[in-house]
Design a protein around this ligand. Sequence first.
Ligand code: NAP
Length: 484
Amino acid sequence: MIDSPLLNPVHAHIQGRWVAADSARCFAVHNPATGEQLAEVPALGAAETARAIDAARHTLATPHSLVQRQHWLEDIARVLRENKEELGRIVTLEHGKPWQEGQGEVEYAAGFFAQCARQIHELAPRTLADTPRDCRWTVHYRPAGVVGLITPWNFPIGMIAKKLSAAIAADCPSVIKPSSKTPLTLIALMKLLDEHLDLPAGYVNLVTGPAGPISECLMGHPDVRVVSFTGSTGVGKRLIEQSAAEVKKLTLELGGNAPYIVFEDADLDAAADNFIGNKFRGGGQTCVCANRLYVHQAVEQAFSEKLIERVSRLKVGDGMEEGTDIGPLIDRNGFDKVHQHLRDALDQGAELIHGEPPTEPAGDGWGHFFPPVILRGVRPGMRVTREETFGPLVAMIAFDNEEDVIAQANDTEFGLAGYVFSGDLARGARVAGRLRCGHVGLNTGTGPTPEAPFGGMKESGYGREGGQEGLFEFVEVQTIPQPL
Ligand code: NAP
């Protein structure tokens, strides 16, 4: 069992109180590296979720000033940074990523609160300079209402930070539903909020448990005006259907299938270094990880060699062990998907040029470590090119001209992240402009940052998180004309 001062108790949190499930039922959370049971977490349902929404709604009656909210945001950023090591450890124990990376995620999360604090003045009412119809016109950014925040397992604290920071900036009370695979980091966050901030009871609620009843309650409740969801495209589509009944606003951060394009004139060392940082973060289980690696045929051999040299240095293991670069996959399903993508590609003629993949599908139990593998000769139509692999499998595809690689890169229903490497900046910018992705790294493999907006095109979702745009996701605009 996990022993942490931030996890006492391991409970949900509603209306300022730690609570168990009405049914007293719990579910187990495991360390994916060892299979050790870390904790038993309350399995709440619809009744508790409705109480959380009710508690949240009550706080709407007392608006909080911009200055108050700015202080809260600053305090959360500070408290996260002060507890980076322990929060990072909890991230690692329940997700599997290396501890350094877990701490980096906490720093990333703190950045969103700090960024919202810096930018919150953008939400102050503004009066138009013009006075049409002999009126003074004022535009207000009102809190949209209670918001539901649903997060995935692959960034246990990073994903909620994006949402909760903007919700607090907008003065929206929230009901958070964390992934059942990684709820402990958010329980620890609630403990920190509880102990270090003076938030009104019910302003931030944490509802742990199976998605079905909790999400149905959030989607069906008239007081919940916005649901912000990060997760798979399949679930996102279901939420779109459910949102119609009450015209609920959704922010959807969904799946990706990122192309990573290396032209013949690129700095190959920089492209390879960036690829390692991009592809293997979180063990290849991030939505912005390169999923398809397009390399110009003139440099395919040279680039492959550089990649192999770098990949061979990566250490796979328990994230709490010193020197680990890649932790385990989250669970057996995650392992099976990577394994199936690999088999499908090999069966259709791709060539394994690095790595010793497991020959068998996953067994029962835990510790699903997948060593990084590199495939060459991947072709359109193989599963690795069509679906998000979510693992340390590099799928290399040779191309010979710009037009063709743009068409291939865009030949997917996803449009989250993409990357272009070229020594010709005009070409790089031209290609970036034609990729239908919300985020395009030009000679960099970097992912999102709190200072800039991030989100998807096409079936990768809508809405933006981070930057100035993200600040407006939870407000309703109200315009008030008044005679001069
Ligand atoms: P998921 O299975 O869709 O789950 C995400 C969250 O939704 C979890 O809290 C889950 O709860 C809940 N959920 C499951 N079924 C639901 C339903 N029918 N209605 C409402 N909520 C439901 O996704 P995941 O496996 O956790 O995360 C991986 C996916 O997230 C990948 O596709 C990845 O690309 C995407 N992602 C996108 C971004 C982005 O910024 N675009 C960032 C990170 C991840 P339970 O855990 O209790 O089932």
